[in-house]
Design a protein around this ligand. Structure first.
Ligand SMILES: NC(=O)c1ccc[n+]([C@@H]2O[C@H](COP(=O)([O-])OP(=O)(O)OC[C@H]3O[C@@H](n4cnc5c(N)ncnc54)[C@H](OP(=O)(O)O)[C@@H]3O)[C@@H](O)[C@H]2O)c1
Length: 299
């Protein structure tokens, strides 16, 4: 392995990508675009053809693919898939940087970190925070955590994935923890958005007619986010401008309107239940962020 050449010219560093689903294919494409000799492997045949047409080398096995490169990037369905592919080829991974961008829980990433330590591997866990078209663009965001020295040696290689690779620290679970915290916000927001469209339609309003007003609402949430984060970190939830009792009455109005229109109200009932429990704990005069106390104590 000629690391001297790699450091002076990072785009010549060979890279292997294991897993050629939608994300793995985009990742391999980004390495090809950046000029890296790229070897690819996928469990099922056929998925590497377009990448081979762009110059990638298709390996016959995961072990063969790993042996081709200094940097091995993994993008599989979940950690169970990663374990089934990586555990049998630990010896082949030794001396290379292993970057697993497969999404899963912080705990499973930490277990993978312990496995890597036992096997003597340089391991960085990660999470792609963007959709497929954004991979390799200046706006791409991905999180990494784990072996900092190994990451720093190949940081310029990983820069091919896009503009905002963020190394978060030595704890292998950190990338997944940031990923899932942000996805917690994303999926509950997506659920609320779809529910809002359903309620609008049930009231005879086209979903598209809400859009100009929803985008303003989104901006409001963005503007509120830093202060809400500061309140949660401080454990102090000022409610002078809008208090939890008033907010929860607003939730109840939405819930009743949804119910009257025959819509599913399970998510709204869960939102109201959390707020009701925070009020029962004495936070009625506090702001909405006081609901975090009920989130932390679901009993
Ligand atoms: N797509 C996105 O927009 C997006 C965005 C951010 C993060 N991610 C994350 O990126 C990762 C990959 O997502 P994707 O969109 O590429 O998924 P996908 O298109 O469904 O591809 C899944 C990949 O995992 C492989 N796989 C599944 N089980 C396996 C096993 N037991 N052994 C070996 N290979 C196995 C599949 O191989 P076969 O072809 O053989 O089935 C395929 O290569 C996931 O962790 C996902 O959460 C995706």
């Amino acid at each position: 392995m000629n690391t001297t050449t790699s450091q002076s010219n990072p785009s010549s560093t060979p890279v292997t990508v294991l897993g050629l689903g939608a994300m793995g294919s985009a990742i391999a494409g980004a390495f090809l675009d950046a000029g890296h000799p790229t070897t690819v492997w996928n469990r099922s045949p056929g998925k590497g053809d377009a990448l081979v047409a762009r110059g990638a080398k298709l390996a016959g096995s995961a072990a063969e693919a790993v042996r081709a490169s200094e940097v091995v990037v993994v993008s599989l369905l979940d950690q169970a898939a990663s374990r089934s592919v990586l555990d049998p080829i630990a010896a082949d991974l030794r001396g290379r940087l292993l970057v697993d961008l497969t999404s899963d829980t912080p705990q499973r990433a930490r277990e993978a970190g312990e496995w890597a330590a036992r096997e003597g591997l340089d391991y960085v866990d990660g999470a792609m925070m963007v959709n497929v078209p954004m991979v390799g663009t200046p706006d791409a965001l991905f999180f990494l955590s784990g072996n900092r020295a190994a990451y720093e040696k190949h940081a310029q290689v990983l820069a091919a994935l896009g503009g905002q690779g963020t190394f978060l620290g030595a704890d292998h679970g950190l990338a997944a923890a940031y990923d899932l915290s942000i996805l917690d916000f994303f999926w509950t927001s997506m659920s609320g958005l779809v529910h809002a469209f359903a309620l609008a339609q049930a009231e005879g309003i086209k979903a598209a007619d809400l859009v100009p007003f929803l985008t303003g609402n989104g901006s409001l949430l963005t503007a509120l986010t830093p202060q809400m984060a500061a309140d949660v970190d401080r454990g102090d939830y000022p409610g002078e401008a809008d208090n939890l009792v008033m907010d929860t009455a607003g939730v109840a109005h939405v819930l009743h309107a949804a119910d009257q229109n025959g819509l599913d109200t399970s998510v709204l009932r869960a939102v109201k239940s959390v707020a009701d429990r925070a009020i029962a704990r004495g936070h009625g005069a506090d702001g909405w962020t006081a609901t975090v106390e009920a989130v932390r104590d679901p009993a």
